[in-house]
Write a protein that binds this ligand. Structure first.
Ligand code: ADP
Length: 264
């Protein structure tokens, strides 16, 4: 709380009271703290792969210049680790840029709004993810109940769907099942799109933090899957830019269900 005070004077400059201004800066401080945390998180996320790249490159160089050269196999392993870390950095930068773009277009007038057929956005997203799904023998079924068009930015909605379906594939076991459904909730004038999987599910204590940037239930598992920890934050911002909301329901061992509610 910031407190300012000044004497209150009448027209003849006589003191008739004291003016006290109380300025509540809690929100401002909170925002500032969030900004600082974000910068620290970004630095950490970028530093980890960089450190690994540097280490492996040094080893390659040192052995190259020594009497004890690495075998071709060892070299190829080191190069592949370096490549994986470069891919990881690329993914982080791409997602960060994307997130900041969406935040900027959060002001609705920047959205490329048009009459959007959600079933197109859904089927495009499923096609984008099909190779990954096939590689784990996971089925992705579309159950489109509604054909209603809504005013939306089709590319962003498709991106949100890709992120949700991609997660469902990433965290599900082989031979899993994913169902993408869209439904009209006429009483609330909204369309609800749901992505459900029968994967490992998420413990309750994590549910309300999942949409934070870089929040991951299992960091190792997310990394191993090529995750950046930004996918759900991107989905949340896309949905918010459309005045919608996102919801998750899950229990450990019973799969997860993410639903996007979009007003029409
Ligand atoms: P990531 O790049 O790590 O996947 P996200 O923001 O997309 O980041 O997701 C955050 C975390 O939420 C993931 O690391 C994972 O722990 C959890 N998660 C997301 N979707 C699912 C899902 N369908 N099943 C189980 N866990 C999930």
């Amino acid at each position: 709380l910031y407190i300012h005070s000044a004497p209150l004077l009448d027209v003849r400059n006589a003191e008739i009271g004291l003016l006290i201004i109380l300025n509540d800066v809690t929100k401002l401080r909170h925002l500032e703290q969030m900004r600082q945390d974000f910068a620290a998180n970004v630095s950490h996320e970028i530093k980890t792969p960089l450190t690994s790249i540097k280490g492996y490159m040094e080893t390659l160089t040192n052995h190259h210049n020594s009497d004890n050269p690495l075998s071709a196999e060892e070299q190829s392993h080191f190069y592949s680790v370096i490549e994986r870390n470069v891919d990881r950095l690329t993914a982080i930068v791409k997602d960060l840029l994307h997130l900041s773009q969406i935040e900027q277009i959060g002001g609705k007038h920047h959205l490329a709004l048009m009459e959007t057929d959600l079933s197109d956005a859904i089927s495009n997203a499923v096609i984008t993810c099909s190779e990954k799904a096939n590689s784990k023998n996971i089925s992705v079924e579309i159950k489109t109940v509604s054909e209603k068009k809504i005013k939306a930015d089709p590319q962003l909605i498709e991106q949100a769907m890709v992120n949700l379906i991609d997660n469902a594939i990433k965290y599900s076991h082989e031979n899993g099942q994913i169902i993408v459904k869209s439904d009209i909730d006429a009483t609330a004038s909204k369309i609800v799109i749901t992505v459900s999987d029968n994967g490992p599910g998420i413990a309750r204590k994590h549910l309300n933090r999942l949409f934070e940037r870089f929040y991951r239930v299992d960091k190792g598992r997310s990394r191993q899957q090529g995750g950046t920890g930004l996918g759900l934050a991107i989905v949340k911002h896309i949905v918010m830019a459309h005045n919608g909301r996102i919801n998750v329901e899950s229990k450990v061992g019973q799969g997860a269900q993410f639903s996007i509610h979009l007003p029409f």
